[in-house]
Design a protein around this ligand. Sequence first.
Ligand code: RB5
Length: 145
Amino acid sequence: MIALGADHAGFEYKEKIKALLQSMNVPFEDLGTHSLDSTDYPDYAHQVSLAVAAGKAEFGILVCGTGIGMSIVANKHSGIRAANTESVAGAKLARQHNNANILALGARLTPWETAKEIVQAFLATPFEGGRHQRRVDKIHTLTNL
Ligand code: RB5
């Protein structure tokens, strides 16, 4: 299951991502926002992050104007590795090397066709493990520093 969240700037992309996931037969939960009315991106980033951190969702996808605010909020959560990227290559590497579990997109910076490819690449690309597992483990280890 994929948890989805967006603010007003990301609302339209979130709706398009829902249609894309439906066409891929990928289940999702829409945690808002549900209109173009102005709202606050942290509200949705927190809800999606909680769903992923709790294991209710395998991945999260967040959309705001830039993806930056969403990723800043998501990365405050324990166990979350959110990647904000504007490229397909970045999405693949975020999965392969960082085992990213949340994708943060910027609707004002990324054309839809690219955003669509980013979502597809993010969901299709496995984590490589190996030396990257050791590094990912260190992301969440704040002792012995
Ligand atoms: C909203 O205007 C905008 O600040 C928000 O969507 C996002 O880009 C923040 O990082």
